[in-house]
Design a protein around this ligand. Structure first.
Ligand code: 13P
Length: 252
């Protein structure tokens, strides 16, 4: 399967720079053999989706409410994301779990809403540094998967150790391989055969320099990229590193 490289722009990008970034990503997209998605802030989603129409680059939201519509000031429904041209949505990012007190239960309801409205959910899980130091990283992520995914989940899972986000630190290759193997086992155990089809992304300080090594690890099906997705050259560099691995014969 091709790697999926998703860019989480977080709360970055006014209209002009967002459009320029999207166009630069689109320009390089046809030369890489990885699936690409960008997730801009909601305010520029429609504009970015318009400029990416007809290109291979997909567009996603960064969150949606679990309800179809109604009295949720400031929130965005899955149908609204779809209406803007999004076909993906990041759910349960650790920044939303921390800033907006999102629980596994809430994330699971959002996943349902997203799926019902034709969006592919990218559900984020990951341990804190304290949980890892206490040797509780696998247990933590196991519980997050059990709580955040409905039994009929058909989306993408992103493993993002919180201590690796925006810090320039990553787990060792052995640690990433261990967690992705554990996550695959949990997905199979919790979802049955469908658990085998879920792509598992790694996220947390992915850069062009470390992408090839991370993307080559077993059960790593792509990357969820924060900071490096704000520069087209870096985002495409990561995609090229991943794409080189998908080509038969390349990378050994
Ligand atoms: P960085 O790539 O900036 O570490 O962010 C990762 C992330 O949170 C993507 O969702």
């Amino acid at each position: 399967m091709r790697h999926l490289i998703a860019g989480n722009w977080k709360m970055n990008g006014l209209a002009a720079e967002a459009t320029a970034l999207a166009e630069a990503v689109a320009q390089g997209a046809s030369a890489v053999s990885a699936d690409l998605v960008v997730c801009p802030p909601a305010t520029v989603l429609a504009r970015v989706a318009q400029s990416l129409a007809g290109t291979p680059v997909g567009v996603g939201g960064q969150d949606c409410n679990a309800a179809a519509s109604g009295a949720h000031t400031g929130d965005i429904a899955a149908a609204m994301l779809r209406d803007c041209g999004a076909t993906w949505v990041i759910l349960g990012h650790s920044e939303r779990r921390a800033d907006h007190h999102e629980t596994d239960d809430m994330v699971r309801q959002k996943v349902r809403a997203a799926t019902e409205h034709g969006l592919v959910p990218i559900v984020c899980v990951g341990e804190t540094e304290a949980q890892r130091q206490a040797g509780r990283h696998a247990e933590t992520v196991g519980w997050q998967i059990a709580g955040s995914l409905p039994k009929d989940f058909a989306g993408v899972l992103a493993y993002e150790p919180i201590w690796a986000i925006g810090t320039g630190r990553t787990p060792t290759e052995a640690e990433v391989a261990e967690m992705h193997g554990f996550i695959r086992g949990e997905l199979r155990r919790q979802l049955g055969a469908a658990g085998q089809a879920v792509r598992i992304l790694y996220g947390g300080s992915v850069k062009p320099a470390n992408a090839a090594a991370l993307m080559a690890l077993p059960e790593v099906g792509g990357a969820l990229v924060g900071g490096a997705s704000l520069m087209a050259a870096d985002f495409l560099g990561i995609a090229r590193a991943a794409g080189a691995l998908s080509k038969p014969g390349a990378g050994g």
